[in-house]
Design a protein around this ligand. Structure first.
Ligand code: HEC
Length: 154
């Protein structure tokens, strides 16, 4: 291989690496995988949960009373995040987008009124993944396994 071609290939490889690195950063949230078995992630998530989510979703993830029926304001109360709710019915990517961009964005209805805050610009992507990982870490083993199956199907 002559020197020029070698250098040229090197540049292509570098450019490819840059695209990959950039692409990973951009796409990572779209392929969000929760990390309920990583103690550091779960510890961070527990703090994020206590400070940002527990006021509505409950200190023990129990949600608000009568969460299936709209309240006086016509909006849904905060559902539980434990195994009695339906958080675990959604894959990690859906949960991530719901937390970051809100329910309205997720269902494609910007007019949807919800008491669930939008965390874009409030929590980092890592913090959102951490808090969802913490939530998953509290589920019983069989629910976690069913959620794992759902993640692997994507
Ligand atoms: C001010 C109250 C409030 C706070 C604080 C709050 N939520 Fe919510 N959350 C809600 C409500 C209300 C809903 C129901 C959304 C709707 O209108 O469909 C909800 C729904 C959700 C859902 C969907 C659950 C499902 O079963 O589909 C997820 C996931 C969620 N919240 C995560 C979080 C996380 C993570 C935090 C903290 C970072 C948080 N929420 C903080 C009120 C809140």
């Amino acid at each position: 291989m002559n020197r020029t071609i070698g250098l040229g290939l090197g540049a292509v490889v570098l450019a490819g690496a840059a695209v990959l690195a950039f692409g990973w950063g951009t796409w990572a949230p779209a392929q969000t995988m929760l990390m309920p078995s990583d103690p550091d992630v779960v510890a961070l998530g527990q703090t994020v949960y206590a400070e940002n989510c527990a006021s509505c979703h409950g200190a023990n993830l129990e949600g608000q009373p009568d969460w299936r029926s709209p309240g006086a304001d016509g909006r849904l109360p905060a559902p539980p995040h434990d195994e009695t709710g339906h958080t675990w019915h959604h894959d990690g990517d859906t949960l991530f987008r719901l937390t970051k961009y809100g329910t309205g964005a997720l269902i494609g209805d910007p007019g949807y009124e919800s008491n669930m805050p939008i965390y874009d610009g409030v929590l980092t992507d890592d913090e959102i993944i951490a808090v969802l990982s913490y939530i998953k870490s509290t589920w019983p083993q069989d629910i976690r396994a069913r959620h794992d199956d759902m993640e692997n199907r994507q």
